[in-house]
Design a binder for this molecule. Sequence first.
Ligand code: KDG
Ligand code: MG
Length: 403
Amino acid sequence: MKITAARVIVCSPGRNFVTLKIETDQGVYGVGDATLNGRELAVVSYLEDHVIPCLIGRDPQQIEDIWQYLYKGAYWRRGPVTMSAIAAVDTALWDIKAKMANMPLYQLLGGRSRTGVMVYGHANGRDTAETVDEVLRHKEEGYLAIRAQSGVPGLNKVYGVSGTNRLYEPADGNLPSEHDWSTEKYLRHTPGLFEAVREAVGPDIHLLHDVHHRLTPIEAGQLGKALEPMRLFWMEDPTPAENQDAFQWIRHHTTTPIAVGEIFNSIWDCKALIEKQLIDYIRTTVVHAGGITHLRRIADLASIYQVRTGCHGATDLSPVCMGAALHFDTWVPNFGVQEFMPHSEEMLSVFPHDYRFERGMMHCGESPGHGVDIDEKLAAKYPYQRAYLPVNRLQHDGTLWNW
Ligand code: KDG
Ligand code: MG
């Protein structure tokens, strides 16, 4: 069996998506997500200029060998651009293998470990009252796990708060837009927010919160401690994680569980966090962490330290990534939760898919492969639109901070 062609499809049905399609001499094809929000065209070039020429003529059944070839063969290892490109190839090859086997992907991975995949929704509001309403709306829609994000009094724009638009879309500018930040204001506001949310939603719903890398380790310890009475499922990205050992300072001060990893792209980024049991959930997902092949290695390492998965699933991860992630989640023994930020109808129309949401759970389909395709004709109607993620500055003096 041989790979005969591969091409990159860039489209923007409301936001940018980069998709790789690999074709074979047996007529079977596979698709993989290669979207890297705000840096999409870097991955397009990496694939078109450097990866695709090496794929033509290779046996698509040799998923592991092709993964090693692209990883070790580049000499320049890791990094989001490289690993997203490798992920797209890997996802497309697993799609092909599962189609050839006439099986849904989760069967090839080892079969079903659970009846469905618990997902968390993203409830957000401009203030506490609006956030509480949004959390209750998610509960009514059947969510068992809900992440709450709120505007902070005195700050103009805060991560994850979309105002009147319920869809989450951070890449909002032809150039990066600017948010402002005050750790003091945020730390004053957030415990009260969660008291109100817990009081309104009752004891049974899992509550989550994303700090989006903004605190120092000791501030994260303070926040985690203050949130303990509200029993969070997790506190996400409390501090930037380049320095993995920094998380021991958070651990020393709080038992609030910690989730990290959406911007990681290799097992080396999470090694110390996992082995030293400094986190409880690892958030790497298919597209940014080298595909199914590499994500499985991360999850296996995590499993021996009782760290569970919580794959990233914001709207900038395409339906192709979501489909593949749901098969992974259906199999992975140490599953925790899956993030789910629904795509718009327009986005979904470009990606015919067989996964579905039902009462707080997602279910992958039973069709062969990962169950997500791309309608290329429709995709062609939505050309690429340059869009950047925002930047964040300290309110009192304009110092560039973590967005
Ligand atoms: O592109 C950036 C988003 O994916 C990120 O900001 C979303 O933090 C995020 C999350 O938890 O979904
Ligand atoms: Mg996050």
